[in-house]
Structure formats: C-alpha cells, structure tokens
Design a protein around this ligand. Structure first.
Ligand code: NAG
Ligand code: NAG
Length: 297
C-alpha cells in the first residue's frame, strides 16, 4: 500500500515537472532603467482557458493584480497605469506583458495565471539595472553564536549562527546553509528580500542549531550565497565551527586531570611515607597522626 502511494506521489511529481501548464518566458529579465521589459506567457490547457491575469509581487510583499486580459477582448487595467503596463492577448494559448520605462521600484516577480480555474506560471523575475552600475559580487561573513551563548552551560539551548552577505549589486541572490557539506533547510530563516545598503544590497540569514551539533568537534557550518550577475550564478561562501572553543575546553579538562593525578601521587607518597615511618618506629597510636596529616594536605 505504502509502495503504491509512493509511486503515485513520485509519478505526480514527475508529471508536474514534465507537463508544466503555464510557461513564462523569460525566467529572468535583466533590464536597464528606462527600458522596457517584455514577458511572455503560454499554456497548454484546453480552449476554455482564454483568460490571462498578470500579477506583480514586489520583494517582501504579496501579489497584486496588474491586468486582466481575455482573448478577443480589451485588457482591463483596473487601478494600474497604462503608461507603465501594456498587455496583449493575441491567441488563446499565449499572451504578453510589457513593463514600460522600468524603474528600480519595478523590480520583483511577475506572475501570469490562466483560467477558468486558475493556473499560475513560475514567474518572471525582473531585475532593474541602474545606469552606470555593473554587477558586484557579495562579501559573505558568518558570525558565531555570541560568546555568552557559545559558552552557555545549558547545553540544551539552541545556538544561532548569522550569515551576512553585503556589498552586492543587483539583488539577485539566494542563501543556503550546509552542515559538513550537506545542505540543511531546518532552522533556517532568511530575509524575504535583500535590503538596500548605500548603493549596494545586503541580506541576512540565520541558522538555529542544536547545542550538541554546534559543540560536536569537526562540525563545520557553511553559508553559501548564490549571486547571479546577468550571465552566470556564482557561489560565495563562508564557514564557522566551534572547534577552537572545544579545544580550549578539552585542554582545560586535561590540565584538571593532570593536577588531580599529581595531587593523588603526592598524597599516595605521603601515605606510604607515614606507613613506613610508623612501621619503623612501632609507635601506636598512629591513627591520630594519620588523620592530622590527611587534614593538612
Ligand atoms: C515573446 O513573444 C514574441 C512573439 O512570439 C517574441 O517576438 C518575443 O521575442 C518574445 N519575448 C520574449 C522575452 O521571449
Ligand atoms: C559575470 O561573471 C562572469 C564570470 O566572472 C563574467 O565573465 C561576466 O562578464 C559577468 N557578467 C557581467 C554582466 O558582469
């Protein structure tokens, strides 16, 4: 039964991947300020799907409807400005949206949906290039848990690692975390959008880890920021581990044991000496002297 269920899930995933209903082209639009960005949408559903909606989603915001089009009718722009958007619906299967006189504010995701029942495309991501700016790759840093948090004797508490990528332009990035080279999604919280910082962008991501994972020797936590420069995506990484702190702890422990062993040896030697002396002198009662010697140690 479980096997059948698994097969069904896998089959439906495979079908979803192979028979995408709504296709948006391009996936990424990299457009200079004041230029126009054109995006196309097509679908392979039946002839009753003759309506097409275009939505905009600004970074960190929800979707808003730009325009509704229907094949054979006039586009309905609602509240949207026609000096900013123009939509065409030339056939039942296709349509297009143009964002005119592109400004930094226009950056974001543009979704196409077709209906009667609504089917969405995967979106076109519009990145707006400001004049005279060329892409700059990010600088990535990972910060350890605060000293207080790192040395916290309560080993049950979670530790927070913070990854900061800064100085990049434009803001086409994604952040991922790895533990010893294996990607981890658990406990990850990344800013929903890169924030403007002077004339570049900055994004922050946090990873919460179990204290035992943080303290385990050799565990290495890596933050990777994938940056798209209009041509290729490059990874930019930084790593941390708690190893240094851990070494210090074991060295302290070693020192503690050495002192303990030396102390025991001295004590042992002293007892031997006492016993030897008492045997030589044959002078009872020695019980009291022994106790006094123990106390003075
Ligand atoms: C959109 O479709 C039109 C007409 O088929 C084509 O000329 C244009 O190049 C397409 N634009 C993109 C961005 O794919
Ligand atoms: C993107 O990076 C590649 C490799 O570093 C470089 O060849 C290309 O010119 C860059 N593209 C832009 C638009 O800067």
């Amino acid at each position: 039964m479980a096997l059948i269920l698994l097969t069904c899930v896998l089959l439906s995933l495979w079908l979803r991947g192979h028979c995408q209903d709504v296709i948006q082209i391009p996936e990424v639009s990299w457009t200079d300020v004041t230029k126009s960005a054109e995006m196309n949408c097509s679908h392979n559903r039946d002839k009753s799907y003759n309506q097409m909606y275009w939505y905009r989603q600004r970074p960190g915001e929800t979707m808003t409807l730009i325009v509704f089009t229907v094949f054979g009718g006039k586009p309905d722009y609602g509240q949207s400005s026609q000096s900013k958007y123009s939509a065409v619906k030339d056939s039942i299967e296709t349509g297009a949206l143009t964002v005119k006189n592109v400004q930094p504010d226009d950056r974001g995701l543009y979704f196409c949906a077709v209906s009667k029942h609504t089917y969405f495309g995967a979106g076109t991501r519009l990145t707006v290039l400001e004049p005279g700016r060329s892409p700059t790759t990010p600088t990535v840093e990972v910060f350890k848990p605060s000293a207080k948090e790192c040395n916290d004797p309560n080993k049950k508490r979670k530790k927070t690692l913070v990854c900061v990528a800064s100085g990049f332009y434009p803001d086409h990035v994604s952040v991922s975390w790895m533990l010893n080279g294996v990607q981890t999604g658990k406990g990850v919280a990344t800013d929903s959008t890169a924030k403007r910082d002077g004339d570049s962008y900055r994004i922050t991501s946090r990873l919460k880890v179990q204290a035992k994972d943080w303290f385990r020797p050799g565990n290495r936590f890596t933050c990777t920021v994938s940056f798209f420069n209009g041509t290729i995506t490059t990874p930019h990484s930084a790593s941390v581990s708690c190893t240094l702190k851990y070494l210090r702890i074991t060295q302290n422990a070693k020192l503690f044991y050495v002192v303990l062993i030396v102390k025991s040896c001295i004590y042992g030697a002293f007892v031997c000496f006492l016993v030897w002396k008492l045997q030589v002198c044959q002078q009872p009662p020695y019980e009291l002297n022994f106790q006094a010697a123990k106390m003075s140690l």
